[in-house]
Design a protein around this ligand. Structure first.
Ligand code: XMP
Length: 532
């Protein structure tokens, strides 16, 4: 669901999170979220903030530590993101990663060199003096594999720093200040390819920052329900349901907090997966007995999409039509003061928290822009501090059925961005049927939980085939299956050949108008998960 721009949005997490927090300063890294997640996996509340947060503000927030993320810029580039150098004088432990390390070294007298060739990929890292490295590299073998992704690197550290580790091409792969709690890593500990990355981050949190690891999700639910009740009082809350995990968990949380004061809206845009609408209606009327309003808007969406083939334009039109439908229905609900949305932490970071932040925009997400501020509601976004896997855990705690909690993510613009070329009802029906076969066969093979996202894509090309004695000239379905734990990078899944064979046979036999099935074997990056 799309977040309304909310000028009152808290810049830091609510009371619902633990006091022990570590701030991740975002210099535009695609991995900043991953760093925050890894911190939370160590039961410390990791929170992303802008790179230019002032030392004064950091002092007020009193974090246990700071992590400076990587970033695409060179520290020497004009307009390269910087940080307040005062943060190094606060006595708060700092870990600089890649660009963050370069910036810290440069601020404190080291020399960063530009290298013409980017180093990207696995590297063999040797850890030096065991005594110096005892805190940050505790439990890490002296020879370990790390993941590098950088152009510049620190070639000379100032006399204040000790070099802790090196690779063939990088003399200072890890450094530590002699007297202050400042550490730098040229490699990326947050990425799973760095074999001991989690241990290194955990060492920073416990051995250097002194964190006890007290952040727990269970406390979050109770606290969040108390906060919602206090804020809503006797008023009514509207919640948009999409069929996905996030909006379902928000609705379940609100239902638990305020029961009959909740009204849900489901916009049936004609772009949902097979039977999705029915299962949402069932859950939110029979299981959670909410006041559910279903807006039948297939016609409106299809006419908005007629003749449109350009992906971003599809997304834009779907976004606008959604706002119109939603707003019209919301106006009919008497006495509603609040609008609840399933905005997650990654949405907050990607779409709003740092509007002029340094990260590159890859896709125009439906979540961006979203519902306009003038709808006249106050926003409630109870999941805005959580990552997807945390939302799933919360959903289970709240009694949301597994079928919804574990449903693979589905993009806001729905099947429209999997129906390449023009979106028509006939083409959507073809895609919906093929998609249902893909998902059912994956479930039947017991692979649904083991894969992160599995779906069908209808390609805008026909090809020649033969059926019986006749020549055919029909559509092609691409099958996509990926495995990932953050959706920012993903591997294509090596599905067993017999499962692929069954999917292919069934689609060609059962879905009218399809004579060819292909399997997508691209990972992200460079491909994205969705095709549009
Ligand atoms: P990409 O295609 O960017 O997708 O690799 C990453 C994840 O995001 C989902 N996705 C979206 N989710 N609105 C959403 O709510 C969108 O517009 C959107 N586009 C992509 C995608 O399904 C995958 O899980």
């Amino acid at each position: 669901m799309a977040p309304t721009k909310n000028s009152n949005a808290p810049q830091v997490a609510s009371q619902a999170v633990a006091a022990e927090r570590v701030l991740v300063l975002d210099f535009g890294s695609q991995y900043a979220q991953l760093i925050a997640r890894r911190v939370r996996e160590a039961h410390v509340y990791g929170e992303i903030v802008r790179h230019d947060i002032t030392a004064q503000r950091v002092r007020e927030l009193a974090p246990k530590g700071l992590i400076l993320s990587g970033g695409p810029a060179s520290v020497y580039a004009k307009g390269a993101p910087t940080c307040d150098p005062g943060i190094f004088d606060l006595g708060i432990p700092v870990l600089g990663i890649c660009y963050g390390m370069q910036l810290m070294s440069q601020s404190l007298g080291g020399r960063v060199e530009s290298h013409a060739v980017r180093e990207f990929g696995r590297a063999h890292c040797t850890i030096g003096d065991a005594k110096d490295a005892a805190d940050i590299f505790e439990g890490v073998s002296r020879e370990t594999q790390v993941w590098m992704s950088h152009g510049d690197q620190v070639d000379a550290v100032s006399a204040d720093f000790i070099s802790l580790a090196s690779t063939d091409t990088c003399p200072h792969a890890a450094v530590k200040h002699r007297t202050r709690p400042l550490y730098g890593l040229q490699f990326h500990p947050e990425v799973t390819h760095t074999v001991d990355g989690r241990t290194i981050l955990a060492n920073f949190l416990t051995n250097v920052c002194g964190c006890a690891g007290m952040w727990r999700l269970g406390d979050f639910a109770e606290q969040s329900i108390r906060e919602i009740r206090a804020r809503v009082g006797n008023d009514r809350v509207i919640c948009g349901l999409s069929g996905g995990v996030d909006s379902s968990v928000v609705a379940a949380l609100l239902y638990q907090a305020i029961g009959p004061q909740l009204s849900c809206i489901l916009v049936d845009n004609g772009l949902l997966r097979k039977d999705e609408e029915h299962s949402v209606i069932f859950e939110f009327t029979k299981h959670f007995k909410t006041d559910l309003h279903v807006v039948k808007a297939e016609e409106q969406f299809l006419s908005a999409l007629a003749g449109v083939t350009e992906p971003q334009e599809k997304r834009r039109r779907i976004g606008h039509t959604f706002i119109d439908c939603f707003a019209e229905e919301a106006r009919k609900i008497q006495g509603a003061k609040f609008l609840a949305q399933g905005t997650l932490y990654p949405d907050v970071i990607e779409s709003g928290a740092a509007p002029d932040g340094p990260a590159d925009t890859i896709k125009l997400h439906h979540n961006v822009g979203g519902l306009p501020a003038d709808l006249g509601f106050e926003l409630i976004e109870p999941l805005r501090d959580l990552f997807k896997d945390e939302v799933r855990q919360l959903g289970t705690q709240l009694g949301v059925p597994d079928e919804i909690v574990w449903r693979h993510p589905f993009p806001g613009p729905g099947l429209a961005v999997r129906c390449l070329g023009e979106v028509t009802r006939v083409r959507l029906d073809t895609l919906r049927e093929a998609d249902a076969i893909v998902v059912n066969e994956i479930k039947a093979a017991g692979l649904y939980r083991a894969t992160s996202q599995v779906f069908a894509v209808l390609l805008p090309i026909q090809s020649v085939g033969v059926m019986g004695d006749a020549r055919t000239y029909e559509d092609t379905i691409a099958v996509r299956a990926v495995t990932t734990d953050d959706f920012m990078t993903a591997d294509w899944t090596h599905l067993p050949h017999d499962v692929l064979a069954k999917i292919s046979t069934r689609i060609i036999n059962e879905v009218k108008g399809v004579n060819r099935v292909v399997y997508d074997i691209s990972s992200k990056p460079p491909a994205t998960i969705e095709w549009e």
